[in-house]
Design a binder for this molecule. Structure first.
Ligand SMILES: [Zn+2]
Length: 138
């Protein structure tokens, strides 16, 4: 059993002391190593609740506009623009993920939400940097 927030392993003694939290509209209960992890987790849940629709619209919107722009660019043979499009969308996508670093339930359970957020933010910076580099050398 691990703390869902920081990923710290909870030993058997800990399990009796550890803090449960049950969202009314969730079937799952979560385990925490301390009150602070629980507090951060609740803040995260509220953030996901508030932003998940915006995040999904943003994500599919970006992919859709990216594809449409690339089709237009290749029809009009403005290939020079595709570098700019790659850089712009790489940055937008990275910024979206930095703002909404929502992982899957599997990764959350595996390494804890706190570490999942870190991994996603590092990946986002990598996406931004590689889109700029590929855009420039392409
Ligand atoms: Zn913890």
């Amino acid at each position: 059993m691990k703390c869902i927030w920081c990923g710290k392993r909870l030993d058997n003694d800990g399990i009796e002391k550890n803090i449960y939290y049950r969202e009314l509209n969730m079937d799952e209960s979560f385990h925490f190593c301390c009150e602070n992890c629980k507090k951060d987790f609740i803040r995260y849940l509220n953030d996901v609740e508030k932003n998940k629709n915006k995040f999904l619209i943003g994500l599919f919107g970006l992919v859709f506009i990216y594809v449409v722009l690339n089709i237009i660019v290749s029809i009009l043979k403005f290939e020079i623009l595709s570098k700019g499009i790659l850089i712009a969308f790489g940055c937008l996508f990275g910024i979206l993920l930095i703002r909404c670093p929502y992982g899957t339930p599997e990764t959350n359970k595996w390494i804890g939400i706190k570490n999942t957020i870190k991994v996603i933010r590092v990946m986002s910076i990598f996406i931004i940097l590689s889109s700029i580099i590929f855009g420039l050398i392409m």
